[in-house]
Every structure is written in structure tokens, then in C-alpha cells.
Design a binder for this molecule. Structure first.
Ligand code: ADP
Ligand code: MG
Length: 579
């Protein structure tokens, strides 16, 4: 006896729906994407009871013919694949012709749609995936779809919907993602007849601040990079707006929102040392990339993506973030009045007249005009304490203010340096570099020093021996007696209590079970703590000059390893406008 049966169409659709439509926000996402694909310039979303009662999306896009409106709710119905070549496009956008059929199988649908060239439109009602009513109607150009009573025929799913406020938060999030990806579209979202978002078409930057708030405008730093592999454009939040929760993190690939942990990690890394641990930077980044080199269909909801050249893109992202952050730290901050000129959003629609982005930043700017390889060489050879670079482009005296800041000028601007943070940065980079690559010379002691530890600590010290040597210790381990003989120590520790420092390092090693780089970072930060100048440390002129030049030899002079700002500029423009 034959036992295999083909699943009835509407059951198959319900199963597919389980993947595509998880909650009301999934419906909002699919309908909004269709409206965008239809070329709508105005899109309204009306929600009732967090989408449990009604989700309505109205657009003024291309609309559908009677025939198309009839079949669009069938599985694998899509107008977006016409030639085989389009398969690459499909990969980009993730067209599957599955959304409407899924939605139609788990809700009651009413659709009104009209082609621009037609006098009248068509209205169709769908229930259980089948058309149960169809008539001609008077309606505007475009499409209006109402989704009522979502999951009415799958009570188990309906029961698992969360509270209205949670479901509404998901809906807003989907709406925001699409609004950010499509700033050239007027978009509104209302819930129970109250307006939540009323977004006028604009450029990318304005769209962002109309969502995250105008106050944050000056916190956005443009980011851009053109390479043969990928184009990057958009904005990142300055390090000081990093938050404890992941929130304002948006990646768009070819205008679709995507999630990708690997690239997210690249951004986090671009910001590393600029923001405290466990904080998340804000970003709004568009990647434009050849669709042939990505695959977006690995997940039915189409938010995950795979890149062919993942590693290269990772590196490009890090470097473009570093570049932008470097530029903003030196450049005067950007104010709202200049906003239009920062439109890095590219758009092929003619109606918006986009100006060429113009950014008043001197990329080659270096406050002391050193040859940077020379800088490094000096740093390598002479080490930090004795390192005395001459600050030849500084055109003024160094002044100390409140025993806390160093002030000087380079004739273009006044530069203020937070001296203690600067010192922290210098020490940190010195130790980090030693820990990771250099082989420093230990300062040999005239008399070796004996230190005693317990068994567990002795084991740890054995494990750490190479690390200790790389920081600048020389030591012998004498197991039997549970002691170590210190024969040399790092130059900087000459006057310090070595036992205390070693205890500290051991403690750190005990609790750390992380990757090498993390350990090195932590270690470098701890060692820095031991040596950093006190608050209110009075400085002589030479000391200031040395600190400043060493600071500018650092890889990241603008913020200290704890993420705090070190340098502030007041440029001549700012000064002149005050008079
Ligand atoms: P896909 O978007 O992957 O093609 P959908 O199930 O979401 O699949 O939509 C099926 C088809 O219905 C689309 O290809 C499109 O032709 C048509 N369609 C859906 N929504 C709209 C809309 N708002 N305006 C015009 N056509 C639409
Ligand atoms: Mg679709």
C-alpha cells in the first residue's frame, strides 16, 4: 500500500510560515520590503493591538494587475525573477516568493491594489490561503494590504505572542531598519491610531537623527571607504556615545538590514581601547558589494549573510573606522548646519539632488609633522622613559593648567592635553608592545632578589615565565624551595615593590582565562596603574614636551586605554567666532 501523500498546499504554507513569520513584526518587515520593492515613495503602516488585530501597510508603488493580485498569495509567486541572470539579484535581496503565501495561510487578508495606468483597482479577500472574495474597487495608485487576526488558525502560536509592548517594540525595530535603509521614502508608523514615527524623506544622516534624536547629531562621524571589494558609507557614533546595551547597531548590505557577528566584531575592534569594556558602539553602515560575492539566503528571514571575502572586508571595516575616528579627533566637530554636505548616502533616484560629500578635514594632518616611521624607530631604540623627541612644529610654550592639562599651540589651533590620561596611553602602548612583540632588556640587579610563593602560585609563575620575561623580568625558578630568584626587572620598576607587582600579575593571571591578546591588554593596563603619574602632578617644561611628543608617537593618541578622551582642540575658526 502506498502511504506517501503530498501535503495540501495550505498546510505546506503554514509550515513555511512558521519559518518566515514568527511574530507580527515579521509581517511588517515582509510587507514593508514589498512596498519598497514596488518603488513606493510614501509608505504608511497602521498597527492595532501590536499587530495581533491588524497590520496595514499602504504604499503608492507600482501596484498589481488583477491577475498578479490573484496569484501573489500563491507559494513561490514572485515577479522578481524573470531571467536566469536575476538569480544573482535574488541572492542579494532574498526574493523567495514566500512571504505573502505564508502570511495568507495564517491570517485574514484584504488587499486593494491599482496600477497607475488603470482607472479602477481590485480588492481581494483571502482566508486559509484561498481567495474567497474578489471585486473591482475605487482606490489610489499602489497597494494597501490589511493583515487581520494573525495566527487565528494556529492558536498555539497566537498564545506564544508576547505582551503588546514587547511585540510593538519588535515592530518598531523592523520599521526602523527599513526606514534607515530607505531614507528617500516618506514613512509613517502608527499604533492604535497614535503616530509613533513620522519620517520625512531626507538624506541618511537626517533619517538617522530623526530616529535616534537630534541631540545625537554631533555624535555621528561619517565613515567612507571605496575599495574594489566593497564600498562603505555611513556613520559611526563617537566613542562617548557607546552604550551598555547593543542598540543602535545597523549594518546594511546593498540596502538591506543584515546581522553578521563577524563584521560586528570588526567594528567593535575598530573601536577597541576607545570605549570601555562591555560597551557597544553605535553604527549605521552601508556596504555596497557585488551580489555575486554574497549569499543572503542562508536564513528564511533573510537577515543573515555570508561573504565570499569575509576576512578582507573585516580588515577594511576596521581600518575605515580607525581612519574616521582619527579624523574626527583632530577635526573640528561637525555641526548641524553643515549637515547637508555630509550626505554620504548614494541614491540613484534623480529627484534628490545630492551634493558631493565635502569634508573639511586634512587627512594628512599630524600635529608635529613627524615622519611616522622615524617616530617608531626612535621609540624602538630609546624606549619610553629616555625618549625625548623634539616637538618642532609646536609654535608656543607648553603651559600647565591646574597641574592637570598641558596647553600649547601649533599656530593653527590651541591644543589641550589631559596629562594623566596621556601618560596612561603612553605606558599602556609601551607595555602592550613589549608583551606582544619586543624583547626588552631587563635591568640586571646587582643582588638578585628572593621571593617566596605557595605551590599554586609557583605553578602559575612557571606558566607565566615567558610572559614575565617579555615584560622585562629575568628570573630563575627554584621549585624545591618554592621560591623564585629575580635577577633583572623592567627598567620602570626599579623603585617599586616587586613582590607587590608580581602578586598583582599572578592574581590577574589566575582569573584570566582568555585569549592572549586580552591577557596582554589587561596586563598592560595593570602595569600602567603602577607607574602612572599622580593626579595634580606638577611638570617642568621638558617633561611636558617629552610627554606630548611621546603621546603623538602612540598608535592611538586620542583616547586612553580606559576609553577617555586625551586631546582637545580649539581651532582658529572657533576662536574667531567667539569675538
Ligand atoms: P517576493 O517579495 O519574494 O517576490 P512576496 O510573497 O513577498 O515574494 O510577494 C510576491 C509578489 O507579489 C511580489 O513579487 C510582487 O510582484 C507582488 N507584490 C507584493 N507586494 C506588493 C506591493 N506592495 N506592490 C506591488 N506588488 C507587490
Ligand atoms: Mg517580498
Amino acid at each position: 500500500m502506498n502511504i506517501i501523500q503530498i501535503l495540501p498546499e495550505h498546510i505546506a504554507n503554514q509550515i513555511a510560515a512558521g519559518e518566515v513569520i514568527q511574530r507580527p513584526s515579521s509581517v511588517v518587515k515582509e510587507l514593508l520590503e514589498n512596498s519598497i520593492d514596488a518603488g513606493g515613495g510614501n509608505i504608511n503602516v497602521n498597527i492595532v493591538d501590536a499587530g495581533k488585530t491588524l497590520i496595514q501597510v499602504i504604499d503608492d508603488g507600482c501596484g498589481m494587475s488583477e491577475k498578479d493580485a490573484e496569484i501573489c498569495f500563491q507559494r513561490h509567486a514572485t515577479s522578481k525573477i524573470q531571467k536566469a541572470n536575476d538569480l544573482f539579484e535574488i541572492k542579494t535581496m532574498g526574493f523567495r516568493g514566500e512571504a505573502l503565501s505564508s502570511i495568507g495561510s495564517i491570517s485574514m487578508v484584504n488587499i486593494k491594489t491599482k496600477l497607475t495606468e488603470k482607472e479602477t483597482g481590485i480588492e481581494i479577500n483571502i482566508q486559509n490561503g484561498e481567495i474567497n472574495d474578489k471585486k473591482e474597487c475605487i482606490c489610489k495608485n499602489g497597494t494597501s494590504i490589511k493583515i487581520k487576526n494573525l495566527f487565528y488558525n494556529i492558536p498555539a502560536r497566537r498564545k506564544f505572542l508576547k505582551s503588546n509592548s514587547i511585540e510593538m517594540r519588535h515592530i518598531s525595530e523592523e520599521f526602523i531598519r527599513i526606514a534607515l535603509a530607505n531614507p528617500h521614502v516618506n514613512m509613517n508608523l502608527s499604533h492604535n491610531k497614535k503616530d509613533l514615527y513620522h519620517l520625512k524623506k531626507s538624506n541618511f544622516r537626517k533619517r538617522i537623527i530623526s530616529i535616534i534624536g537630534e541631540k545625537k547629531n554631533e555624535m555621528l562621524v561619517p565613515i567612507y571607504e571605496n575599495s574594489s571589494l566593497v564600498n562603505i558609507s555611513g556613520f559611526i557614533g563617537k566613542p562617548d556615545v557607546a552604550r551598555r546595551t547593543r542598540g543602535e547597531q545597523y549594518f546594511f548590505v546593498n540596502k538591506r538590514f543584515i546581522k553578521n557577528n563577524y563584521l560586528n566584531h570588526a567594528i567593535q575592534k575598530g573601536f577597541s581601547e576607545l570605549i570601555p569594556e562591555k560597551y557597544f558602539p553605535s553604527y549605521f553602515i552601508h556596504l555596497t558589494i557585488d551580489p555575486k560575492t554574497i549569499d543572503i539566503n542562508i536564513h528564511p528571514t533573510k537577515t543573515e549573510i555570508q561573504f565570499e571575502n569575509e576576512k578582507a572586508i573585516y580588515a577594511i571595516i576596521i581600518s575605515s573606522i580607525r581612519k574616521s575616528l582619527g579624523e574626527y579627533n583632530i577635526a573640528p566637530s561637525i555641526d548641524f548646519s553643515q549637515e547637508l554636505s555630509f550626505n554620504t548616502y548614494y541614491d540613484n533616484k534623480k529627484e534628490i539632488n545630492i551634493k558631493e560629500p565635502k569634508i573639511n578635514i586634512d587627512k594628512k594632518y599630524n600635529p608635529f609633522n613627524y615622519n611616522s616611521s622615524e617616530q617608531k624607530k626612535i621609540l624602538h631604540e630609546e624606549k619610553i622613559i629616555t625618549n625625548e623627541l623634539t616637538t618642532n612644529k609646536v609654535t608656543s610654550e607648553f603651559i600647565q593648567f591646574k597641574n592637570k592639562y598641558i596647553i600649547f599651540s601649533d599656530n593653527k589651533k590651541i591644543i589641550l592635553i589631559h596629562q594623566r590620561r596621556a601618560h596612561r596611553r603612553i605606558l599602556y602602548e609601551y607595555f602592550f608592545e613589549n608583551l606582544t612583540k619586543k624583547k626588552p632588556h631587563a635591568q640586571q640587579l646587582l643582588y638578585s632578589k628572593e621571593l617566596f610563593f605557595n605551590k599554586e602560585e609557583m605553578n602559575l609563575i612557571k606558566e607565566m615565565k615567558n610572559k614575565l620575561i617579555s615584560i622585562g623580568f629575568s628570573l630563575d625558578i627554584i621549585n624545591k624551595e618554592n621560591k623564585i630568584l629575580i635577577t633583572g626587572i623592567p627598567h620602570e620598576f626599579l623603585k617599586k615593590d616587586i613582590k607587590k607587582i608580581l602578586d598583582y600579575i599572578i592574581e590577574l593571571f589566575k582569573e584570566e582565562n582568555k585569549i592572549e591578546e586580552e591577557i596582554n591588554k589587561k596586563l598592560a593596563i595593570s602595569l600602567t596603574k603602577e607607574l602612572i603619574i599622580k593626579n595634580n602632578h606638577k611638570m617642568k617644561k621638558e617633561e611636558m614636551s617629552s610627554l606630548v611628543s611621546r603621546l603623538f608617537s602612540c598608535k592611538t593618541p586620542y583616547s586612553c586605554p580606559l576609553g577617555k578622551r586625551i586631546i582637545m582642540n580649539i581651532n582658529d575658526y572657533k576662536i574667531e567666532t567667539q569675538f
